[in-house]
Design a protein around this ligand. Structure first.
Ligand code: NOJ
Length: 550
């Protein structure tokens, strides 16, 4: 008998799954070192089960120097000792599976951490060596190679090139990193790199992992042939070409890699699945999700969508049709570890430049917390009623607001300090969760919290919301329980409402969802009201609210 636990089930269990993202360092800390860990996650499996999620997506838990919150991986087939051990990982898989919850893990294939043994070997080896060829090393320009090889800038700013010191002590070659300098990009033209990732996928799949979230899935293959080097700002997505020939992103050849991953996934029963984090043109999103590819691709359109019925409708219709064309289901995402929590976003004017707002202090305009939370609850119920899978981010079930008061010198995000005055910090959505209303780190762990928690966190705690029937936590629990009973085939039908600020659709079994994007209460269609995100007002659905009716 295998020592690992596997969950059987239909091969497409993920098509309409609710997946809960855990950012492990900030979820629950069992050993009291201020950093969340795998034992902490194990202790919260009953919480996840009661919440009613189908799967968990675990952000990186691998050995890492934490230059980018763990997205700088030093060993793809081990667990960071700060977080746990492989044996504890197996225990976690076992506990999740016994609770009927599947597991996605994050795979970071575009770059490793600079502590990875391959990168360390490359630093010790000579220019042109096989060790250097696993990464993207180039000579500098200028008489002594002192000028960086190209004008390419990193996603976190400024340059995407860092010069190394050669083993004998002289200034040497440069290596490319689309993110922080501690995140050297792999050379995916190198067969050893390709083979090693297949090995990693088998390693985790053999241990019972059910799926993968693929970091920067669109960036692996770059245009580097015949001495060519990309010369632009990598973070300016308006510069990307959408025909598969861009220098950096979404090149057609990247799909060859995922087709080879698919062969590995299909060695398992049920086949493993993956979801691509691919920031590509919407029309080029779902090819990553096709059956011979990863299975699913994140649709991030609602992260920036204005609170307007018409805009939501357009985004929903487009993504349902586009995913179906590629044989997949789409995903719905309102929050993750990279964006400002949606309860805060919805408390700000549509279209606000959030980076600028944040670097200018995050006070002008101030966040309207009530509007933000009302809309967040309404939006969550809306997406839960849609076909496709829903990705929830830890803490959104508590209606958590972004933490805006982290002192600058305690911020950890390289996006913040590599690009001073230009980019916001992502730390505010990564603050450890409040489990209790009072006490050390609000129940996160017995030894403090690696990012400071604000005093208002206790009001959002699980302990407090557990007792309150009207809390956001209980709304999520009810909504997920109902959803699992109501879920049906993947079609929807739109209905015209008398008020153009209302979105109304139904599923094949008569389950209807109505969202009021306007400012005045509106009438609900006939039927039994199953759940509302706000109490009805004289039988009407108030502004910024969703109701499910059958
Ligand atoms: C996307 C991840 O979500 C983000 O957190 C990370 O900084 C970059 N990829 C680089 O790995």
């Amino acid at each position: 008998m295998s020592e690992f636990t596997f969950l059987k089930g239909p091969k497409d269990w993920w098509r309409q799954a609710v997946v809960y993202q855990i950012y492990p360092r900030s979820f629950s800390d069992a050993n009291g070192d201020g950093i969340g860990d795998l034992n902490g996650i194990i202790s919260k499996v009953p919480y996840l089960q009661q919440l009613g999620v189908d799967a968990v997506w675990l952000s990186p838990f691998y050995p890492s120097a934490l230059a980018d919150g763990g997205y700088d991986v030093d060993d793809y087939r081990d667990v960071d000792p700060k977080i746990g051990t492989l044996a504890e990982f197996d225990k976690m898989v076992d506990a999740l599976h016994k609770a009927g919850i599947r597991l996605f893990v994050d795979i970071v294939p575009n770059h490793s951490g600079s502590g990875h043994e391959w990168f360390q070997a490359a630093l010790k080896a000579a220019p042109g060596s096989p060790e250097r060829d696993r990464y993207i090393f180039r000579d500098g320009k200028g008489e002594n190679g002192e000028i960086r090889p190209s004008e390419l800038s990193s996603h976190f700013g400024p340059t995407a090139w860092t010069r190394i010191t050669e083993p004998k002590g002289e200034p040497g070659q440069w290596y490319m990193h689309l993110f922080a300098s501690e995140q050297p990009d792999f050379n995916w033209d190198n067969p050893e790199v390709r083979e090693d990732f297949l090995k990693t996928l088998r390693f985790w799949s053999d241990r019972g992992v059910d799926g993968y979230r693929v970091d920067v899935a669109h960036a692996l293959v770059k245009n580097l042939a015949n001495g060519h080097l990309p010369e632009r700002q990598s973070y300016d997505l308006s510069l990307v070409k959408h025909d598969g020939t861009d220098d950096l992103f979404d090149r057609d050849e990247v799909h060859d890699i995922y087709r080879s991953w698919r062969q590995v996934f299909n060695e398992y029963d049920p086949p493993r699945v993956a979801v691509a984090e691919a920031w590509v043109h919407p029309e080029r999103r779902h090819p990553y999700a096709s059956e011979d590819n990863l299975g699913q691709s994140f649709n991030f359109d609602l992260l920036g969508e204005h609170w307007k019925a018409g805009r939501f409708k357009k985004t929903i219709s487009f993504n349902l049709a586009s995913a179906a064309k590629w044989g997949s289901s789409t995903t719905w995402v309102l929050s993750n570890h990279d964006v400002i929590r949606h309860a805060t976003r919805y408390g700000l004017p549509d279209g606000l430049n959030l980076d600028k707002w944040f670097v200018e202090g995050g006070v002008n305009p101030p966040v309207n917390n009530k509007q933000g939370l009302d809309r967040a609850r309404a939006a969550t119920m809306l997406i839960l009623a849609l076909p496709g899978s829903t990705y929830l981010y830890q803490g959104e079930e508590l209606g958590l607001q972004e933490v805006l008061e982290i002192p600058h010198d305690q911020m950890q995000d390289p996006q913040w300090f590599r690009n001073p005055g230009k980019s916001r910090s992502r730390d505010g959505c990564r603050v450890p969760l409040p489990w209790t209303s009072t006490g050390t780190s609000f129940g996160f762990g017995p030894g403090g919290s690696h990012l400071p928690q604000p005093s208002w966190f206790g009001d959002y705690s699980v302990e407090k919301q557990d007792r309150d029937e009207a809390s956001t936590l209980n709304l999520y629990r009810l909504a997920l329980a109902l959803r699992s009973q109501l879920i049906s085939d993947e079609s929807i039908q739109w209905h015209r409402h008398l008020n153009s600020k209302v979105l109304h659709f139904s599923r094949a079994n008569g389950w209807q969802s109505v969202t009021n994007f306007g400012t005045k209460p509106v009438k609900l269609p006939a039927g039994k009201v199953l759940l509302t995100s706000q109490p009805l007002v004289d039988g009407k659905l108030p502004a910024n609210a969703t109701a499910w009716v059958k």
